[in-house]
Design a binder for this molecule. Structure first.
Ligand code: HEM
Length: 284
């Protein structure tokens, strides 16, 4: 008889009493090894136990999902959000769990952005949005079609900002490797793994509406005479646009297996790595 017990807890479980472990199919308890964040613990081979694969997953309960309009959050987007929040540093966000090492991981108040660097950031992030928006416009998978015309699109807004800088006489740099590399990755991923691609879609659009706006304000105060860029303006009520996209993400993920969902969640870390490289440009 297979008897599985909880042998250890991840860091997040021990510090977050709201976490509940969802049991895997056909087993009563779930293993979470110490050094593996829950969203990466898919298909674990467990040492010392008759080998079998175990799907591990965790979700929060009773979380005050401030940015949600409809009370307690339900659905796959919550898992995506949790995976993203854990990867923030404590200095970046209240729910962050990582230690800040690099300058861009420190409190935004302590950043020393440069105008040249900010322009590089805008150019590179535009390459990423251009690519995302082209992928959604000509989708390789039908599910991408759900995310057409969400109102979150940023390509045209960024074009306007860059035009404004150009008219003011600033030299607009060429796209550099952080943006180009992320765009290339997205193109390739979008053709072969829709679940993994959707994770990037979520992170890129939602990061900009959350941390992105905090960064925008602080950076604008320091180097742009508090000018508010088009990049941070949305046509319509942003909270509603975000909620519509959350609903669509939840709907699309309803047809996914647990394996698909875990693959999507596991992609969060890659999204952070790429995105951070682009954010770092502001400080160059
Ligand atoms: C570089 C500095 C960053 C800062 C200061 C920052 C800050 C924040 C803060 C304060 C929140 C919480 C917003 C809220 O609860 O209302 C948040 C949410 C979020 N961040 Fe970041 N973040 C940063 C980078 C990133 C990166 C690199 C990514 C991923 C590519 C990312 C993805 C997200 C996502 C997906 C959310 C959830 C948004 C939502 O629920 O609507 N963030 N961020």
């Amino acid at each position: 008889m297979e008897s599985l017990t909880l042998i250890s807890q991840s860091r997040s479980l021990s510090i977050n009493p709201n976490l509940r472990i969802l049991s895997s199919p056909n087993i009563s308890s779930t293993f979470i090894p110490k050094d593996v964040p829950y969203f990466k613990t898919q298909f674990l081979k467990l040492p010392g136990i008759a080998t079998r694969n175990v799907i591990v997953s965790a979700a929060t309960t009773e979380k005050p999902w401030r940015r949600y309009t409809g009370g307690e959050a339900k659905g796959f987007v919550d898992e995506l959000r949790l995976a993203a929040m854990k990867l923030h540093t404590r200095q970046q966000a209240q729910e962050g769990e990582m230690e800040a090492k690099a300058p861009e991981e420190q409190r935004v108040e302590e950043w020393e952005p440069t105008l040249d660097g900010y322009l590089k950031f805008l150019v590179d992030i535009k390459v990423v949005y251009d690519t995302l928006e082209q992928i959604i416009e000509k989708p390789s998978f039908p599910s991408y079609g759900e995310f057409r015309n969400t109102g979150l699109e940023r390509s045209e807004k960024l074009a306007k900002d860059l035009k404004w800088f150009e008219e003011k006489g600033y030299g607009i740099p060429k796209a550099s490797s952080p943006g180009v590399a992320y765009a290339k990755y997205l193109e390739q991923l979008s053709e072969k793994d829709p679940q993994a691609f959707i994770c990037h879609f979520y992170n890129i659009y939602f990061a900009n509406t959350a941390g992105g706006r905090i960064i925008a304000k602080k950076v604008a105060e320091k180097i742009l005479d508090s000018r508010e860029l088009e990049f941070y303006k949305w046509d319509g009520e942003l909270s509603q646009l975000l909620q519509n996209v959350r609903d669509k993400l939840n709907k699309v993920a309803e047809n996914w297996s647990r394996e698909d969902k875990n693959r999507c969640l596991g992609e969060t870390e890659i999204s952070f790595k790429f995105y951070r490289e682009i954010v770092r440009l502001m400080l160059s």
